[in-house]
Design a protein around this ligand. Structure first.
Ligand SMILES: Nc1nc2c(ncn2[C@@H]2O[C@H](COP(=O)(O)OP(=O)(O)OP(=O)(O)O)[C@@H](O)[C@H]2O)c(=O)[nH]1
Length: 423
């Protein structure tokens, strides 16, 4: 479903009580530009509710038609998901290629997907979206002179072709579902293994373009300048479509796993939330969420709301969260600055990363305790275990054994009970 058109008009309906309409239209423009479509005009309408047959009112359609003729546009993008009949009707009235917000987002996702899993997820979402809209879209695609439609020479041949296309799509959907189910099982197993390792998991979540990849890279660079692998980071929407898991181990032997997830966007089509479920579910197993926010964006509170709602939809709930207010350098707010559950940083300038790591450690190692142990000399195994696994603050050699002051996970205490002399 590659969109090859270049000059577009945006059309949006502001329903009563819609609060973030202007921002949504701005975002739609950014989404279009993300696939190199030039937005040359915009038509909006206030309506009690969107028109069920034509999305906008009849009169507005003429306005749209006039405008794209005047501006020589060749694509009309609608701010909401259109029903199959709306697409068909608009196609007929406008005689120009019509797409909606969902198709646009799907197209961006398709371009950005890099792993096999992400590609399968996008393809599934695209096919599920296409199936009920096959008639309208075929007209649209053949108008483009390409795509799956071909020319509909006569009704009979057209219908047979349509039926064939439908069957092919249904088969492919079934196959993708099965393959993705397997991937999901594999992920489940991996998540369980991680849980077993006892290493806490920290998941980065947040709106698209908030700076998640930049933050992940910044943290990795801090840990190990040499081996930090670059996560894809770019000023384009949805650069991140796949989760990646990194292991961070600090000088004090504290360690955690850091995972990155896909970015969220307002009106994320439900096919996509569903399709990316397994990626988003990664956050479900987390011990701590870092909710990255572009605090320089005037709509950042709304973006936080959208992210939280989407997480709620996939069952990510009741997980301790740190709000990471990123891009503070552009927001004119003091930074770095931290509170118990919030921190203001600039991932780009690597400002506030030490403070963030401290905050993460404080939140995920809350149950850590410090105690003093006396370990007999014939238990070198215990000394080496603690040196590897715990934060050893002091080691002294006494007559009857090694005295260690150690910070460790409270749940480990039971293992060393016999050696503990104070805590
Ligand atoms: N000024 C400034 N720019 C930043 C900061 N952090 C990230 N950026 C820029 O913001 C853009 C998006 O950053 P990414 O790290 O790709 O954002 P993301 O959240 O991973 O994006 P998606 O993959 O779309 O979900 C890039 O151009 C970054 O250089 C920051 O603290 N300050």
């Amino acid at each position: 479903m590659e969109i090859l058109v270049e000059y577009a008009i945006l059309v949006g309906v502001q329903e009563q009580n819609a609060e973030h309409f202007e921002y949504e239209m701005e975002e739609l423009k950014n989404l279009a530009e993300a696939i190199e479509v030039n937005v040359v005009g915009q038509v909006t309408q206030n309506l009690e509710r969107r028109n069920p047959t034509h999305y906008v009112g009849k009169g507005k359609i003429m306005e749209v038609k006039q405008l794209y003729e005047e501006l020589d546009a060749n694509l009309v993008i609608f701010n909401d998901e259109l029903s199959p009949s709306q697409i068909r009707n608009l196609e007929q009235e406008l005689e120009v290629k019509v797409i909606d917000r969902t198709m646009l987002i799907l197209d961006i996702f398709a371009r950005r997907a890099r792993t096999h899993e992400a590609r399968m997820q996008v393809e599934l979402a695209q096919l599920q979206y296409t199936l009920p809209r096959l008639v309208g879209l075929r007209a649209s695609l053949s108008r483009q002179g390409g795509g799956t439609g071909g020319g509909l020479q006569n009704k009979g041949a057209g219908e047979t072709k349509l039926e064939l296309d439908r069957r092919k799509i249904e088969d492919q959907i079934a196959k993708l579902r099965k393959d993705l189910e397997q991937v999901r099982d594999r992920r489940d197993t991996q998540r369980k293994q991680r849980k077993k390792s006892g290493i806490p998991v920290v998941s980065i979540v947040g709106y698209t373009n908030a700076g998640k990849s930049t933050l992940m890279n910044g943290l990795l660079r801090k840990i190990d300048e040499e081996s930090a692998k670059q996560v894809y980071e770019e000023n384009m929407l949805f650069a991140t479509l796949d989760t990646s898991v990194r292991h961070l181990k600090f000088a004090d032997n504290k360690e955690f796993l850091l995972t990155d997830t896909v970015g969220f966007v307002s009106k994320l089509p439900h096919h996509l939330v569903k399709a990316f479920r397994s990626t988003l579910e990664e956050a479900r197993g987390a011990d701590l969420l870092l909710h990255v926010v572009d605090v320089s964006n005037p709509e950042y509170r709304y973006m936080m709301e959208v992210t939280n709602d989407t997480l709620h939809d996939v069952g990510v709930e009741n997980i301790k969260t740190v709000n990471v207010y990123n891009k503070s350098d552009l927001a004119g707010v003091p930074y770095p600055r931290k509170m118990d559950e919030s921190i203001w940083i600039s991932a780009k300038e690597a400002a506030g990363l030490d403070e963030l790591v401290d905050l993460i450690k404080k939140r995920i190692f809350e149950q850590y305790i410090t105690c003093k142990l006396l370990i007999p000399f014939d238990r070198g195994d215990v000394v080496s275990y603690l040196n590897n696994k715990a934060n050893v603050k002091k080691t002294e050699y006494e007559e009857d054994g090694t005295m260690m002051t150690v910070e460790m996970d409270g749940s480990e205490r039971i293992k060393f009970e016999e050696f503990i002399i104070s805590h």
